[in-house]
Each structure stands twice: as C-alpha cells, then as structure tokens.
Design a protein around this ligand. Structure first.
Ligand SMILES: [Zn+2]
Length: 265
C-alpha cells in the first residue's frame, strides 16, 4: 500500500490513531493505580545480551561458585500481603530484597520503614509501575528519581538497585542508570507467583525447577486488584527449610553482588 492516501482513507487513519491513543491513556491510568504483575514480552535486546554489554549494571544472577541465593519481592508495600511476608521471613531469620513502587510507598511509609528496620534491602521499582521502555527519557528519569526521593526520605539512603516493572528496560536506559549510579537487577528464577494466583505447590515447583547457586528469585509482596499472594506466603517456610537442608544460604542483593545498597556509597 502507498503512504499517500486519498482523503477518505485519512479519516480511517485518524479514527485508528484515536482508538490507539485512547487505549494507551486508559492503560496508563490503570497502571498508576494498581501495579499489574502481568509479564510482557521483552522489548528489544535479550537480557543475556544486555548483561554482556553491561556486566556490572544489568544483572540476572550472582556468582555460581557458592550456594548463596537472593529472594526478591516486587510491588511492595501492599498492606494485604507485605506484613505476612515479613512475618514469615522474620520467623526464619532470612533477609531479602524488596523492590518498592514509589506511589505505594507514599501511601504506606510505615510499611517501608518496617521492611528496612527488619534488615531487608530496599530497591527502586519505579513510581507507578510504568512500562519504562515505552517512556521518553525525561519521563523515565522521573520514574526513577521520584521513587528514589520518596524512599530515601523514609529509610535514609538512596537505593542503588533498580528493577524495571516487567523486567523491561532499553539499553540506553541501562546506560543512563549506570551513569547515574544505579544497578539494574532482574532475575534468573521466576516463581511465576504473579500469574493466576498459584498454590504454594506450584510456586515451589517453579522455583526449584530453575534454581542454582547464585540465583536471584522473583516473587511478589504486592499485587494488583484481584490478585492473591497467599501461595507466595505459604511457600516461604517450606522453601526456606528445604533449601537450607540442601546447603543454600539466603542473602540480600548487596551480599550476593558485592555492591552497597546505598548508591551514594
Ligand atoms: Zn512489578
């Protein structure tokens, strides 16, 4: 088809454009009110390639040489699930890393303070769970900076670790993150606890299937409307005791990656 079209076709083009824009804005408004952990297909470069290009600032796992693993929890704080996850971790004396959504931290600062007080590490998970790869540079920077400012006011340090919602980030965004002192951390083990409210059995299976020394495990401590993380909470005691029996040690991201949690250090 030719690019130059007669008048009548323009009308269709504008209609189509309007519909696309309408969906885009509705989607954004929804995302800002409730993070949706539904995973997307990665845009652009593969994670493995990105790690090769940015070995210290786009990370999927730690050293494979020792039996240490890091549990990570996204989309916190959420009063429905985060306290129960903290209770479970505390009773097993495990410290983990929580990726915080800025707009949620504004609503529940006491919960962010509790995560920090109980020895867990805090990371940046954007301001309103935006698909960062779709944003203009300034919008992208604002997502990171705004969350950094909110979180640092609550816990007293500027989180170094950034996890993009859906794991999606463009190479130029990783380059900016590195230049700005951030480390982007995705995962090599997905518990898939975000999909269809799975039972603890399914979650345990998903984790053990791909876990190895140095793994970074993706779980959630918060969810969107209608999401239930009971499976995640119930899986924790079993997961921790079984992996400890196999000789695994649970560490935070700064320990696993040998990088400070505070980006100013
Ligand atoms: Zn998320």
């Amino acid at each position: 088809m030719k690019w130059v079209m007669p008048g009548r076709s323009y009308r269709w083009l504008w209609m189509a454009l309007t519909i696309v824009l309408l969906f885009t804005f509705t989607g954004e408004a929804y995302a800002s009110s409730s993070p949706q952990p539904k995973k997307r297909k990665p845009a652009g470069m593969s994670w493995v390639k990105m790690h090769k290009q940015f070995p210290d600032s786009f990370i999927l796992n730690g050293s494979r040489n020792s039996k240490r693993i890091a549990l990570t929890f996204d989309d916190a704080p959420d009063p429905r699930f985060t306290p129960q996850i903290l209770d479970a971790l505390a009773s097993y004396d495990v410290c983990a890393t929580f990726f915080i959504v800025g707009s949620r931290a504004v609503q529940h600062p006491a919960m962010v303070r509790r995560i920090h007080r109980e020895g867990h590490i805090i990371g940046n998970h954007s301001y309103n769970h935006a698909v960062l790869s779709k944003l203009k540079p300034r919008e992208f920077h604002t997502q990171i900076w705004r969350t950094d400012a909110i979180v640092s006011r609550i816990i007293g340090y500027h989180p170094r670790f950034v996890r993009p919602p859906y794991g999606e980030m463009l190479p130029e965004q990783v380059a900016w993150s590195r230049k700005s002192g951030y480390t982007v951390v995705n995962w090599d083990v997905d518990s898939v606890d975000w999909k269809n409210n799975p039972s603890s059995g399914i979650i345990l299976h998903n984790i053990k299937r791909t876990l190895q020394p140095g793994s970074i495990v993706l779980q959630h401590a918060g969810g969107g409307y209608g999401q239930d993380l009971t499976g995640t909470i119930e899986a924790l005691p079993v997961l921790i005791s079984q992996l400890r029996k196999k000789g695994y040690k649970f560490v935070t991201l700064p320990e696993l990656l040998n990088q400070p949690a505070d980006k100013m250090k």
